[in-house]
Each structure stands twice: as C-alpha cells, then as structure tokens.
Design a protein around this ligand. Structure first.
Ligand SMILES: [Fe+2]
Length: 274
C-alpha cells in the first residue's frame, strides 16, 4: 500500500494520494489549494495513475484543485450530494469576505465532467482499494469519512508529515476530513455546520471504531482512534452509537480555528467558538 500526504495552500488542508502499490492506479483525497503540481510530482515519481478524486467535504480548502486534477487525469469526482453545490459555488460554504480574499481576481470554479454521489455506508471500490464511506455531517452537511484496510505488509509513506504512529498494527486507515483532528474536531460555525450534529457523528461513526485505526485528518498530524478516545476533549462524555456498517456498493474505473480563520478550522480545546 502506498500513501502520500502533504498540506496544501494557505490553510494547510491535507491532500492524500492512496494506491495499492507504486506503479498502480491511485485515489486523490482532498486536492486543496494549489495541489495539482504536488499531485503531479507524486504521480510521476511513483508511476501512479489517478482514477478518482474523493472529497471528504466541499469546503474550498479541500476541493480547490478538483477541477485541474480530474481534468489532467480524466478522473471521476466523488462527493456527498449535500456538499456538491460547493464545487461550482465555493462561496456558498464560506463567509463572503474570506472567500473573496482567497479567490482573488482569477480563480474560477466549476464541476468536473464526471461527478458521482457518495452515500452513507457505501463501499467504494477504487484503484484496487476498498473504501467504506461514512456520512458524518456536522462540519458541513455533506461531510464524510473514508476507511480502507491497512496493508501491514508494505510501507506506509507519508510525505511531508512527521511519522508519529506506526501503522503496522492498524486494521484500517481512516481519512477523517474535518470531522476529527488530533486533539480536536472540525468547526461548526460555517453554513451547514451544527455542533450537536458533529457530536452525533462522532458518537455514531467514530467511537465504535477500533482503537488501532490510524486517523489521517484534513488538517494537522495523524493520530489514532485510541489516542483520540483517551485525550480528545470533544469525545469525552459521548456515548457510542451504533457501529458503522457497509450496505451499498459502487465501482469506478473523499479555541475553532478562530485563530487562523481556516474554513476547515479545528478547535484545539473544548472552548470551540463555533
Ligand atoms: Fe472544512
């Protein structure tokens, strides 16, 4: 298994490239601002072929480069329907003054040619990998997480991250988007956000998971379910809900950051402003 990850753009949203092996097809998760050259470099260096872009949610800092990445590789875009409108109209998910400052004069956005809907519990078979999709609203209405079985027999190679957690014992990798961070959770004060809803998502879709699962979040360093269960202040006191399950299938050819104003934003402590 091959996993590369790197922060993108001014808000340092993490982009991940996942493949069964070097020289194989790959999936690009959350190609953020100016991600296309870095994606191209990883693809070239490791002889990969992007076949899909999977979005954890529709915020600008996570999907900025979906159009050029899908266009360059003729890749399919997967996004939850509740966030789909943000692809062509990213201002809908952000305070207008931030978005205007971010976009500047030249940036334009539109949907890629082939956009397909993510749904809760679906199994997404992409690039020889199997991803379980969990709908985890709260940060946005269409936020999802992706879980894929870890492959202990091959290298886990984060690019540009400090390697803090051995992945050899992890049954799965979880791409958590802006649902769950190391020590924090996503902000809920932007359009579509709701604090009670994100806590419900965490209780229903995160707490039932195996402690050994490695979490690769939308911002910041990797962590594990077990570490967050023990130390993340937002998970304390939550009662686990039903275990996530896979029920449908799809196949193809992912203080709040009031400090930075990041649209993904994450709250470092329980006094989350959003
Ligand atoms: Fe976000």
């Amino acid at each position: 298994m091959f996993v590369a990850g790197f922060p993108t753009g001014v808000f340092a949203a993490n982009c991940y490239i996942v493949a069964a092996a070097r020289g194989a097809e790959c999936v690009v998760i959350d190609p953020g601002q100016d991600a296309a050259p870095a994606v191209a470099e990883v693809v070239r260096e490791h002889r990969l072929k992007p076949v899909a872009v999977a979005l954890t949610h529709g915020h600008l800092d996570h999907m900025w480069s979906v159009l050029p990445v899908c266009g360059s590789y003729d890749a399919v875009c997967w996004v939850h329907p509740a966030d789909r409108s943000m692809l062509a109209d990213p201002l809908a998910g952000l305070p207008r003054e931030w978005a205007s400052a971010l976009l500047g004069a030249g940036a334009t956005f539109a949907e890629p040619d082939d956009v397909r809907p993510l749904a809760d519990g679906m199994r997404l078979e992409l690039a020889g990998l199997s991803f379980t999709v969990d709908h985890t609203p709260g940060h946005t209405s269409g936020s999802v997480t992706f879980r894929t079985p870890s492959d202990p027999g091959s290298a886990w190679e984060p690019h540009g991250f400090s390697r803090t957690v051995p992945a050899e014992d992890a049954p799965e990798l979880m791409f958590s988007g802006d649902l769950l961070f190391a020590g924090s959770i996503g902000r809920t004060d932007l359009p579509g956000g709701d604090h009670k809803t994100i806590l419900r998502s965490l209780a229903d879709k995160v707490l039932p998971l195996d402690d050994r699962i490695v979490v690769l979040p939308g911002h910041g360093d990797q962590t594990t379910i077990g570490r967050e269960r023990q130390t993340n202040p937002f998970l304390q006191g939550l009662v686990p809900g039903p275990a996530p399950s896979a029920s449908a299938s799809a196949t193809a050819g992912s203080a709040s950051d009031a400090r930075t104003g990041a649209p993904g934003g994450h709250a470092p402590g329980p006094n989350q402003s959003g």
